[in-house]
Each structure stands twice: as structure tokens, then as C-alpha cells.
Write a protein that binds this ligand. Structure first.
Ligand SMILES: Cc1cc2nc3c(=O)[nH]c(=O)nc-3n(C[C@H](O)[C@H](O)[C@H](O)COP(=O)(O)OP(=O)(O)OC[C@H]3O[C@@H](n4cnc5c(N)ncnc54)[C@H](O)[C@@H]3O)c2cc1C
Length: 437
């Protein structure tokens, strides 16, 4: 055990447990603080740690899928969450799903049995002095939320209202045209999917009857005022979208030489120009329904959705420019954030940010140089995404190959390209493991 300060980790979810474990495994004592079971957030139901609040799936386990790659990277680096997930897995085809009760119990036991981790049941209201990691999740609220806002100098977002994101390479460019309304800006800042009247009305008919996700009690539609789901807008009248987010004014389709009846505009979402979001299409449709209905839009017939639209209660920071790629606060370098509150989205992504924050904190306290996994790995790409995103509308992000640095000589075939990117990432992780993380 190292002489010196004890690290406080606040929040014993996916991110906090992984962070606490990585620090303790490096010989540094940790106090892990959680308000459970004294107070449960509106989504949490049990007293043990690492509760999976909704699905019991940690998604794909195939390394040619970015979240599968992220899992494999974490496994190779001895992640607690991955070890417990693998030990409690249930059959789920190509996905990694777990028995959520056994998973939560096992993580709680491993944490509680660790000689360098002490667990404290308390609701944190302030950010303590000294080395600390905040991992209080998407439902962070009250005094702690205010104190995070003071420390970071930002107002936290209170909910996600994210539109779907598609890859540019999956668009049918024979249907899509590049142009800004009235050719403002560079004149070609948006990609436009034109619809004729028949296509428009067919699309609206399917949109208004598509199945939506049920909101939780704490996610009343009032929460989302000012940012209406596209399907609710469509229900207000057949032409509402054509006068709203799908208005065609100022656009001419080069294929017809005329203004289309309606358009769906796609806006560039990353600096590489590989990802585009659907402007004004925040939605509560179920993911399968988004794929079905949005694929009816000309140009999106084979679109690859790297993120589906979501609207849910989610407290997260405007991390770009505030956090470093290792999730430390730039203006206070002994304070780290981890998990959903940083703008990563999903169970495995949250655990991965906890891993990075925990390892980085331990290295700092031991006087070791910082570690950058690099944007060619899934774990590193997420840290770079949340710290360096340079678009106008930072939104929480699942890991995707769209945020992983492209290969220099990339095979044309997508499967081969992802397989090659995965091999490169795992090679980098193996090198780092050899050097010692
Ligand atoms: C309703 C809902 C459904 C979701 N469904 C999914 C899904 O199906 N799949 C998916 O991948 N992701 C889902 N998510 C996102 C999910 O929350 C994250 O993927 C993941 O749980 C985030 O991990 P975390 O460690 O950041 O936070 P959490 O796992 O939420 O952990 C935060 C911990 O901090 C504790 N805490 C909070 N405030 C304080 C305080 N002031 N003092 C002390 N302790 C505190 C909480 O008790 C909790 O244990 C969902 C989120 C919500 C809100």
C-alpha cells in the first residue's frame, strides 16, 4: 500500500466501481461513496452496486462491432466490470447479456472484499478537497449537481434530446445533394434528402403510427419542452413537418432542378466528416422503428445508424474543452469525472471511462507519466470524443467506429475495414499492457 492520500470515488455504478478497483489494484487506498440504499435514484431499485437500470445486455461481443472491441480492450486490461459480466453471462446470441442480480452482487462483493477499498454509505452534496472521481451517473441532481456546475463552470444538460446519427458512407449519394439553404455558409454545409409529396405523406403516416419508448414517471413530456419529438410534431397535422424541420425553402434538388416538396437535412457531426446527424429529428421512437421509418427517407434506404435518437433524463457536462482525454478537469487536475455524466453513453462506455479515470488518477498519484490509449483504440477514442468534440451541439455518444481514428490504408469492404481497425486497436492495447498500464 502506498503512503499518501486516499482517493474518494463518488458513485458506485459502472464507472465508479471500475475506477475504484483500478486505483486500489495499483496500491492506493480508496473510499467509495454511494447514497444507496439510504436514497435510491428514480431509476435504481436495489441496494447493491452497479445496477443495470434497464436492459441486461452489454450489447455486441464481436470485435468487428465497436462496443465488442471496447469490451475486448477492457478484458485485456483486467477490467473488473468485464470480469464480473463474463462470470454472470446468460445466453444472448452474439451479445453479452448478464444475470443483472448476480452481476450486481458479484461486483459489490469484489469491491467490498478488496482490502484497499472502504465503502461509505452517504449522499455527497459537495465535491471534496483532495483526489476525487465523480461518477454519479445520468440522474445526478440536487446540491451535488450545483456543486459540479460551480467546479466546472458549466450548466449541466438535464436531458438528452438527441437525433439519430448516420455514417456518410452508408448514404445513397445519387439521391442526396449537398447544399445550404439559399447557399449560405460554404454553400454546401448540409446533405439534403429530398422527398416528393407522395414520399412525404407516406413517411408522415408511418411516423405517426410507429411505436415509441415508454417514458418513466420522472421523464414527463414537460421535461422535454422546447425540444419536441419529431413524431409528436407530425401528429399536429400532415403539413407540420413540411413547415418545420422538413421545410424545403432555399434548396434546389440538382436531380430535378426544382425545390423538393420536403427535405430531411443532415448536418456534419464530426471533424472527419464521416458522421451526419438528422437535423430536428430528436425522437422517442423505439430503435427498430427508427430504422424502419427513417430508412423510408430517400438516400437513407441502407443508412447505418451509429446512434439512434433518444430523449431521456440525463445529466451530463459540456465536457469538450473542460475535461482532458483522461477525464480529469483541466482546471483542477486532482478532480476526475467518469461515466454517463461526462457524455459517454451506455454501460460499457461508462465502465471504460471509469477505467481510464481510475488508471490515470493512480498514475498521477504515483508520479508516473499520463497514459493516452490513443484515438485508434475504442477506449481512447471515447476520451478524445468527450474532451475534443468540436461541433456546435455536444451530445452523449456510444462508442462507434465513426469516432475511432480511420486507418491509413483502409479496405473498401466495411467488415474487413472494421476487422483491421480492431486488430490495430488490440495491438496497441497489448503493447501498453506489456509496458505496464
Ligand atoms: C432510465 C434509464 C435507462 C437506461 N437504460 C440503459 C440501457 O438499457 N443500456 C445502457 O447501456 N445504458 C442505459 N442507461 C444509461 C445508463 O445509466 C448508463 O449506461 C450507466 O448506468 C451509467 O453508469 P454510471 O456509472 O455513469 O452511473 P450509474 O450506473 O447510474 O451509477 C451512479 C451511482 O451514483 C450514485 N449516486 C448518485 N448521486 C449520488 C450522490 N449525490 N451521492 C452518492 N452517490 C450518488 C447512484 O446511487 C448510483 O449508484 C439508462 C439510463 C437511464 C436513466
Amino acid at each position: 500500500m502506498m503512503d499518501g492520500p486516499c482517493v474518494k470515488v463518488i458513485g458506485a455504478g459502472l464507472a465508479g466501481c471500475e475506477a475504484a478497483w483500478q486505483i486500489a489494484e495499483r496500491g492506493i487506498p480508496v473510499t467509495l461513496i454511494d447514497m444507496k440504499p439510504h436514497r435510491l435514484s428514480p431509476a435504481h431499485k436495489i441496494g447493491s452496486f452497479c445496477e443495470l437500470v434497464c436492459s441486461n445486455s452489454l450489447r455486441s461481443d464481436n470485435i468487428e462491432n465497436a462496443v465488442g472491441l471496447l469490451k475486448e480492450e477492457l478484458r485485456r486490461m483486467r477490467s473488473l466490470i468485464m470480469d464480473c459480466a463474463d462470470k454472470t453471462r446468460v445466453p444472448a446470441g452474439g451479445a453479452l447479456a448478464v444475470d443483472r442480480t448476480l452481476f450486481s452482487r458479484l461486483v459489490t462483493k469484489r469491491i467490498s472484499d478488496h482490502p484497499l477499498i472502504s465503502v461509505e454509505e452517504a449522499e455527497a452534496e459537495d465535491i471534496p478537497d483532495g483526489p476525487c472521481i465523480i461518477a454519479t451517473g445520468p440522474l445526478t441532481d440536487g446540491k451535488l449537481l450545483e456543486s459540479i456546475e460551480r467546479a466546472t463552470g458549466t450548466t449541466l444538460h438535464f436531458h438528452d434530446a438527441a437525433a439519430p446519427i448516420v455514417t456518410k458512407e452508408s448514404l445513397d449519394m445519387s439521391r442526396v445533394f449537398a447544399s445550404s439553404r439559399y447557399e449560405k455558409g460554404s454553400g454546401a454545409d448540409y446533405l439534403n434528402c429530398p422527398l416528393n409529396s407522395e414520399e412525404y405523406f407516406r413517411f408522415v403516416r408511418e411516423l405517426v403510427s410507429a411505436e415509441t419508448v415508454e417514458l418513466h414517471e420522472f421523464e414527463t413530456p414537460k421535461v422535454f419542452e422546447g425540444c419536441m419529438p419529431v413524431e409528436i410534431m407530425a401528429k399536429r397535422g400532415d403539413m407540420t413537418l413540411a413547415f418545420g424541420p422538413m421545410k424545403p425553402v432555399g434548396l434546389v434538388d440538382p436531380n430535378t432542378g426544382r425545390q423538393p416538396f420536403a427535405v430531411v437535412q443532415l448536418r456534419q457531426d464530426n471533424s472527419d466528416g464521416t458522421l451526419f446527424n438528422m437535423v430536428g429529428f430528436q425522437t422517442n421512437l423505439k430503435f427498430g422503428e427508427q430504422k424502419r421509418v427513417f430508412s423510408m427517407i430517400p438516400g437513407l434506404g441502407n443508412a447505418e445508424f451509429v446512434r439512434y435518437g433518444v430523449m431521456h433524463r440525463n445529466s451530463y457536462m459540456d465536457s469538450p474543452g473542460k475535461l482532458s482525454y483522461d477525464y480529469s478537469l483541466i482546471k483542477r487536475d486532482d478532480l476526475y469525472f467518469a461515466g454517463q455524466i461526462t457524455g459517454v453513453e451506455g454501460y460499457v462506455e461508462s465502465a471504460s471511462s471509469g477505467f481510464t479515470a481510475g488508471v490515470s488518477m493512480a498514475r498521477k498519484l504515483k508520479g508516473l507519466p499520463p497514459i493516452d490509449f490513443g484515438a485508434e483504440t475504442a477506449i481512447g477514442a471515447l476520451g478524445h470524443y468527450v474532451s475534443e468534440y468540436n461541433g456546435s451541439d455536444f451530445q452523449p455518444m456510444n462508442v462507434t467506429f465513426g469516432i475511432i481514428a480511420p486507418l491509413e490504408k483502409a479496405p473498401k469492404n466495411k467488415r474487413l475495414r472494421y476487422a483491421a481497425a480492431a486488430q490495430r486497436a488490440l495491438g496497441r492495447i497489448d503493447e501498453l499492457c506489456k509496458e505496464g498500464i
